[in-house]
Design a protein around this ligand. Sequence first.
Ligand code: BG6
Length: 314
Amino acid sequence: MERRNKPSAIPVEPSVPTPTADISSDNSSITGRLPTGETVTILLHGATVTSWKSASGAEHLWLSEKAILDGSKPVRGGIPLVFPVFGPPPKSGHPTSSLSQHGFARSSRWEYLGKSTSESKGSTGADDSIQLDFGLGTSEASKSWPYQFGLQYSVTLSAASLRTNLVVRNEGKEGFDFQCLLHTYLRVKDISGVSVKGLNAPFTEKAVSPPSTNAASAEPITIGKEVDRVYTSVPKDSTITVAEGTAPRFEITRENLDDVVVWNPWIEKSAGMGDFAPKDGYKTMLCVEAGVVKDWQKLEAGETFEGGQIIKAF
Ligand code: BG6
């Protein structure tokens, strides 16, 4: 018999999907995921972003098939973090002289500091971004650089963009000089159709010997041979657009990172790198690397430097 005055069901709030951060079972990487399906993966080794995918699963970053991910070598691909020296260090007499190429940050194991989600609500009603924070301090790996420092690296995944932001603190009693760079390997379909705009700044071409100095040009850059250029003092508000044919593929904006390296190793250099695969992988990658590399950034005791990039993918 149907009961009279049957208690009505307690209304249940529909559960709101939230971004998640999962640590891999071997404790080597963290994957952030948005409810809409976008993901980012960061290897604790180097705090290297190794993957950034759209909701459809399309990968935006290039990662070598032979990249070494066990911590014994810097990662060939993704976004390795260059600090405190760019390229080979000065031969002698500089505090970075005994460091290896591109410094120790990309070769050190970082600590995962946790996640935070944004207050803004996306179309799903869920938080629409997730920030993952990583830290590195004075350690075994940094011992040949004689300073006390703290690095915080934040990777923020939003529906259409990835932000990577570095904070450098001088925690010692004396000033130090450093360089830093976000060594971003962008994945492209076919390098022959790629053009780069927004780098209207003087540059040094390191792919020729001796390196050549070149005047600024508003012409889009195309890649048909080895390119290893350091663009300096790129106008702060200039958006760098990487297009495939006429369609924009990436847009990069920078904060406090005034130099930009454009690198494609092409045929011979790729062949010479044991961890670069496939050998014609240079056709599907282009490094566009924002940083401070032409000169040294001075940081006095107790001071903090912050610099970062936002990459928008289309
Ligand atoms: C680029 C440099 O940033 O990194 C190149 O401009 C260098 O000169 C390239 O070859 C790769 O460096 P590595 O140490 O990862 O082989």
